[in-house]
Design a protein around this ligand. Structure first.
Ligand SMILES: Nc1ncnc2c1ncn2[C@@H]1O[C@H](COP(=O)(O)OP(=O)(O)O)[C@@H](O)[C@H]1O
Ligand SMILES: [Mg+2]
Length: 224
């Protein structure tokens, strides 16, 4: 379970140009939920997602993950938490273009202690799950937008995370491809993975069980 308690996040803290990006966020997300986070540009959606994923720190408040206080983790422990629990699909795919689909899907495993054969096997399995294992030797630059997103999702699930975070995963895709990507997230969710999607698209949000709306760094709607 993810519990955020009164989280305040600043950029350029205590500098003249300080921005308070999150202004006291209280949010609970249960295991196995599929939720959407909506809100205008600049509302703080990405900042919130990055905090949930352990990619960013915050100035005050508490983040409990399965009752453990993540806020107190040092960098090494945070990195381990992220690698073990969280799969992240960043905005704009963030693939390494000149590398193969397989290599891209394998990148999170470079920190794993397993053998190269095992890593290869796990990456192929992840590519099968997202339906692009036949493309494994193609370069990431040579595949379509929908296939790129599938590759980014394969990379996010290769470590068998408990939680998948996706930042505007359909922003670059046509509506038909977007629908197929949401279906993929729903399939992953049905296996027990918690899915949290930041989106502008009401069609995407309506496929989720709960829509949380944030505005100006605050939660303005959170139906429970
Ligand atoms: N690296 C940064 N440095 C300074 N300000 C930032 C940075 N990232 C985001 N912000 C500011 O924080 C606020 C929230 O941004 P963000 O979380 O990216 O919003 P969203 O994803 O909803 O568009 C905005 O005012 C934005 O300008
Ligand atoms: Mg954003």
């Amino acid at each position: 379970m993810i519990e955020l308690k009164n989280i305040h996040k600043y950029y350029d803290y205590k500098k003249p140009n300080q921005v308070e990006a999150l202004k006291g966020i209280d949010l609970t997300i249960n295991d196995g939920e599929m939720v959407a986070i909506m809100g205008a540009s600049g509302a703080g959606k990405s900042t919130l997602l990055h905090i949930i994923g352990g990619l960013s720190r915050f100035e005050s408040g508490q983040y409990l993950y399965n009752d453990k206080d993540i806020s107190k983790y040092g960098d090494a422990k945070m990195c381990k938490f992220r690698n073990k629990q969280i799969g992240i699909v960043l905005q704009n795919f963030a693939l390494i273009d000149e590398y193969s689909v397989l290599f891209n899907a394998m990148t999170p495993l470079f920190f794993a202690k397993s053998s190269i054969i095992d890593r290869h096997k796990r990456a192929v399995e992840a590519l099968k799950t997202v339906g692009i294992d036949k493309l494994k030797h193609k370069s990431a630059s040579s595949i379509s937008g929908g296939e790129k997103q599938r590759c980014a999702i394969a990379r996010a699930i290769v470590n068998n995370p408990a939680v998948i975070l996706a930042d505007e995963p359909t922003g670059q895709l046509d509506s038909k491809t977007a629908k197929s990507i949401i279906e993929l997230f729903k399939t992953l969710n049905s296996t027990g993975i918690t899915v949290i999607i930041v989106t502008h698209d009401h069609n995407v949000a309506n496929e989720c069980e709960r829509i949380i709306t944030i505005g100006d760094g605050m939660i303005i709607d959170n139906p429970m």
